[in-house]
Ligand binder design. Structure first.
Ligand code: OTU
Length: 646
């Protein structure tokens, strides 16, 4: 498997010679280059002696899928190859939103592109917009189709005109590919229910509980409160079907190569509408094996690589995002390991950083954060993170237990403390979050709530507590300052830029009330946005502060992801310190204080790491020279510094 990837070929200049070649010729070249790798990946999952014919089918499918790709997108694919890793640029800034909650539908969203431009957002992640069951549908993550737009959001034409408009503005689009499961209303599921054996084999279905029971012994539960267990009995089919997530989400059986072929077709139909980044939902779960937890298995990685190599051959301008919200050491593997390094997903959620930041807010300390981040293996050069503090899901306490023990804390007790801190079990905590999927069997639980509510703004406003409000505002801005400067693409969750609070309206909706994640899926408040220019409201303060930071970032290449992150260890347990360097000796130093008190960093320490010995460093946010208080730099409660060394 020593085949060079396309990026590697590009770097070696092989493709430059072919600049004048036609799209078809270049496709042929990519196919020739990647075919051995594709073949090896395919046969590593599907033994050659049984599945040689299916592989031939794949080989003839690839050119057909390429033919279906619109010319305009083929052109962009090639431009992207020339451009290099566009997704690592300091100009990339994302926002994630529910289309209906943002501004009614696709057309409505399309009319608000000016809002994104004003803030500096050039990348949109729209939550699922394809057809789904009318009742419960997990916010669209139960799909009835992988590419047909649900009428609630508009039409295919609306989507096509949105992607066109985005392209004309150099904006990017990410959509979900719910690769692990379909809804129980998907055409394959319906055929399976009608007794069609072929389609029953598209899922994991069993006549009785024998195999399900054996599986269950090692399978954890994803939604233990609403959907305990991992199998659901389907009376029509009179069979048990594997449903790891909700009972209406049927897990696809990728041990059947036909499923892979069909899903590749679905993937290309989605990307052919002008999607730049495909979010591979729940990809850790793609391969199941009896006796294991069926997460992060080596075969799942092989399968993702297979998807990726096929997709790269057809549409090399499109990249993949790994949605693997799993243990820190596992996440990084989705970038590809060993000789496949950089050959899996280009982007992954930095769920580790996210969870550690929330841990630091609650403990006011950075000990666990520093410890854990220090231990993480380096990511490949071509890969990048999506850095975020909140999204549509819960916050899972995905730390490495060993890291918790190594700093002298009890892992179980510590997780309990965090749940209590965020879920209103401690009077003194400013957080107003809710518990998600508490599992009394093992005490596990996750946290929901909007960033602003978790950081104390809701409680502050309720109690008209000025101090709490101002603390919350500082925390909201500092948390964002980290995702803006850490390296990778920051993804702001729509509403957070104006400090949107929890939305409790889901509690009276039948199809939502049992899923507390809806508390952090609020409607975008356009009235607040219309008034951002007037008055000194908390919302205006957050918006304008973030806008300023975003602008600074966009205009400074040091923020691009050049794998230039250095984590510094300062002895003060409340501080997080990291540096981004560039080859010309420029440096950006970030210092964040997680405590409610002022802390100082010694001038001598700053000098030792290269800030201030010969030249006074600059406070990048104010543009002024850094003012040291006598012999140390003071960092206000919950505040941060962006310091530049020129
Ligand atoms: C994803 O998340 C989506 O983000 C969720 O909104 C969906 O409900 C789910 O898949 C099913 O499609 O369980 O609580 O990495 O944490 O994949 C969120 C494991 C989820 C899971 C993650 C999943």
């Amino acid at each position: 498997m020593n085949q060079l990837s396309l990026h590697q070929l590009m770097a070696k200049g092989h493709l430059k010679k072919k600049k004048s070649a036609s799209h078809e010729e270049l496709f042929e070249l990519r196919l020739a280059t990647n075919l051995t790798l594709i073949k090896n990946l395919f046969f590593s999952l599907y033994p050659e002696n049984e599945h040689a014919a299916t592989f031939d089918k794949l080989v003839s499918l690839l050119p057909n899928l390429f033919d279906e790709r619109p010319e305009e997108l083929k052109k962009i694919d090639l431009e992207r190859l020339q451009e290099g890793n566009w997704y690592q640029s300091e100009k990339m800034l994302g926002m994630q939103m529910y289309v209906d909650h943002f501004n009614k539908d696709i057309k409505g969203l399309s009319n608000k592109l000016g809002y994104f431009e004003n803030l500096g957002v050039n990348f949109l992640h729209l939550m699922p917009i394809t057809k789904r069951p009318k009742e419960e549908n997990d916010g669209g993550y139960a799909v009835n189709s992988y590419h047909e737009v649900d009428e609630k959001y508009g039409t295919k034409e609306d989507l096509l005109s949105l992607t066109k408009k985005l392209r004309s503005k150099n904006m990017y689009l990410m959509l979900d590919f719910v690769v692990n499961h379909t809804s129980d209303e998907f055409e394959w599921a319906k055929k399976a229910m009608q007794g069609d054996k072929k389609y029953q084999d598209y899922y994991y279905t069993y006549p009785d509980r024998t195999i399900p029971d054996q599986f269950e012994q090692a399978l954890p539960e994803v939604f233990p409160e609403t959907s305990p267990g991992n199998f659901t009995y389907n009376p029509e089919m009179q069979r048990w079907v594997m449903t790891v997530f909700n009972s209406y989400q049927w897990d696809l059986n990728y041990s059947n190569p036909e499923v892979f072929l069909e899903m590749l077709g679905n993937l290309m139909k989605l990307t052919n509408m002008g999607v730049d980044v495909v979010r591979f939902d729940a990809l850790a779960f793609l391969w199941k094996k009896m006796g294991t937890d069926s997460q992060n298995l080596p075969e799942a990685h092989q399968l993702i690589r297979l998807f990726r190599m096929c997709q790269q051959t057809i549409a090399p301008g499109v990249i993949l995002l790994a949605e693997a919200i799993t243990a820190p050491t596992q996440i990084i593997k989705y970038f590809g390991e060993g000789e496949m390094s950089g050959n899996e997903c280009e982007v992954a959620y930095n769920a580790t950083l996210m969870a550690l930041l929330w841990n630091s807010i609650a403990t006011k300390k950075t000990v666990l954060l520093n410890r854990s981040l220090q231990h993480l293996p380096k990511k490949p050069k071509e890969a990048t993170w999506i850095n975020y503090i909140r999204c549509h899901d819960d916050i899972g306490l995905g730390f490495d237990d060993n890291d918790i023990y190594s700093i002298g804390w009890d892992a179980q007790e510590h997780r309990k403390f965090l749940l209590h801190y965020y879920c209103q079990k401690l009077d003194w905590s400013p957080a107003k979050g809710l518990m998600f999927m508490y599992n009394p069997k093992n005490g596990d639980g996750r946290i929901t709530g909007s960033a602003a509510s978790l950081l104390g703004l809701e409680k502050g406003l309720e109690n008209e507590d000025e101090k709490l409000i101002s603390q919350a505002l500082t925390k909201i801005i500092t948390m964002h300052s980290i995702i803006l400067s850490y390296g990778g693409m920051p993804l702001i969750y729509a509403g957070d830029e104006i400090g949107t609070l929890n939305d409790y309206s889901y509690q009276s909706e039948n199809t939502k009330k049992d899923d507390s994640r809806w508390v952090n899926r609020p409607k975008q408040d356009w009235q607040v946005i219309d008034n951002l220019e007037q008055g000194n409201t908390p919302q205006a303060h957050i918006f304008h502060s973030l806008k300023k930071l975003i602008e600074i970032r966009r205009n400074n290449p040091i923020f691009a992801d050049h794998n230039n992150l250095i984590l510094h260890q300062h002895h003060n347990p409340h501080l997080m310190v990291y540096e981004r360097t560039s080859t010309d000796n420029t440096g950006l130093l970030v210092i964040c204080n997680f405590d409610d008190h002022v802390h100082g960093v010694e001038k001598s320490w700053l000098e030792k790491i290269g800030y201030g010995e010969d030249k006074e460093p600059t406070n990048l946010v104010t543009g002024e020279p850094l003012r040291l208080q006598s012999n140390h730099l003071e960092i206000g409660a919950n505040e941060f510094y962006w310091i530049i060394r020129n």
